[in-house]
Structures are given as structure tokens and as C-alpha cells.
Design a protein around this ligand. Sequence first.
Ligand SMILES: C[S@@+](CC[C@H](N)C(=O)[O-])C[C@H]1O[C@@H](n2cnc3c(N)ncnc32)[C@H](O)[C@@H]1O
Length: 252
Amino acid sequence: MKIARKKEWFDDDSFWREFYPIMFSEERFAAAVENVDKIIRLTKLKGKAVLDLCCGPGRYAVPFAKHKFAVTGVDKTKYLLDKAKAKARKAKVKIEWIQQDMRDFVRPDSFDLVLNLFTSFGYFDDKKQDMIVLQNILASLHRGGIFLIDTIGKERLAKIFQPATFNVLPDGTKLIECREVFDNWTRMRNEWILIRRGRAKSYRFHHTIFSGQELRDRLEQVGFVGVKLYGNLSGDDYGPEAQRLIAVARKP
Ligand SMILES: C[S@@+](CC[C@H](N)C(=O)[O-])C[C@H]1O[C@@H](n2cnc3c(N)ncnc32)[C@H](O)[C@@H]1O
């Protein structure tokens, strides 16, 4: 049954299409290939069944499949899933692709590892819906299965926060990024303005930001155990200097 929901920023395919070259550059695809071994090491992964939740254009799903894992990629954006399918065809790997909202995907006791990478969590205005996602992930793991989430940490954000930045992209497009933290420093509102040939187009989006402890608390609240925090996929400590907030958690 399809659940009727109000339209939110992430439902707009044109947002993902417009920012595809910026978010998913060749360098970012190459970094993901390098990161697969790090993820396997950090999670001490044993089994073969991997769910990439919010897989986007398959940056991780495809290299995991090349490593002979049985990969399921779930994402709600058709434009990105089409990109992912093309990458998988080119790499000659088989992957199960599912177009579905992360709040709805659940497949009990099916995966050894669930991934949620590159700030793909905390998107919902109603914060209870983020918890539904975590419950679904927990349910979808085998006993002893591992969840790895990678997001931007609030400690780091507080340290480097800039209300606006300006960049010129390789094709000459100008990008202005405006940021505002709101709701008692729990959420970040962004406006990205692209200027091409003198014409400006603006996109707004917002998401929840988590400190290490806030993320750990949410994972434990739904029943994950053994939660460990890291500052990158190499397993360095988490803190205000860390590039990323990585949490690795286990289903009991
Ligand atoms: C920042 S991208 C990260 C993509 C991928 N994990 C990566 O590392 O390249 C966020 C992804 O979340 C997906 N997404 C956003 N809202 C979603 C939702 N409600 N359900 C499922 N996927 C969603 C988008 O389509 C996009 O692919």
C-alpha cells in the first residue's frame, strides 16, 4: 500500500539532477571504491548480504557487488537509480535495485550489513520518522548484523560553520551555498544558488544534524548495541576535528 505524504524537498528529482555533477563527481566515485575495503575492515564484515539504503547512483553498491557481495540498493529518486543501473551494467554486476522511500523499506532478517552513507539520514521534518528508518534497518539485519552510518557531525559543523560560501565550478557555473542552523541547533537549512550565464536558480533543503552522542542515543533507543563512533572510515577517533561522523552499531 502506498502511503500518502506531503511533498518534501528530497521528492524533487530536479534537485538531484541539477546537483548530480557536484555531489557525485568522478573523484567521489573513486573515493567510494577506496572506501569499500575500509568499510569491510571497520565493520569486520563476515556475511555477504549488503543493503545500501539511499544508494543514490550506486557509488558504493557497484564496488561492493564487484567484491562479490549480494547487494540491494534502495533509493527513492528514479533519476539516480537510472544512473546506478547504468553503472552496474557497465561494471557487469548484478544488483537488486528498489525504488522506495527509506521509511517504507523493511525486509526482516535479511542483511549482514546495512549502509547509509554521505549524509542520507535526518531528512524528515517529523523526527519520529527518522526513528522509523532506524527501526526498519534494525529489523532488516540478521542477528549480529552491522549498521554503518556516515554523516556530518555537529561538533565539526559548529567548529567550521560558515553562513555562506561561494565557488566557481569547473564548467564556470557559480555556486553560492547559504546555511542556517535552526530549531535549537538541531537542524540545518541550506539554500544553494546556481548561477549559469547570468541566470540564478535556487534550491532549498534542510536536515537534522546530530552530535556523536545524539546519534548514539537514537541507535540505542531502537535497540542497537555496541555502538562505536569514528571520525572517518579508517577508524580514527571522532571529535571536533573529524571529517565525518561514522557510527557502527550491531543488532543483538
Ligand atoms: C546525499 S545522497 C547520498 C547517495 C549515496 N548514499 C552516496 O553515498 O553517494 C542522498 C540520497 O538519499 C536519497 N533519498 C532522499 N530521500 C530519500 C527517501 N525519503 N527515501 C529513500 N531515499 C532517499 C536521494 O535520492 C539520494 O540518493
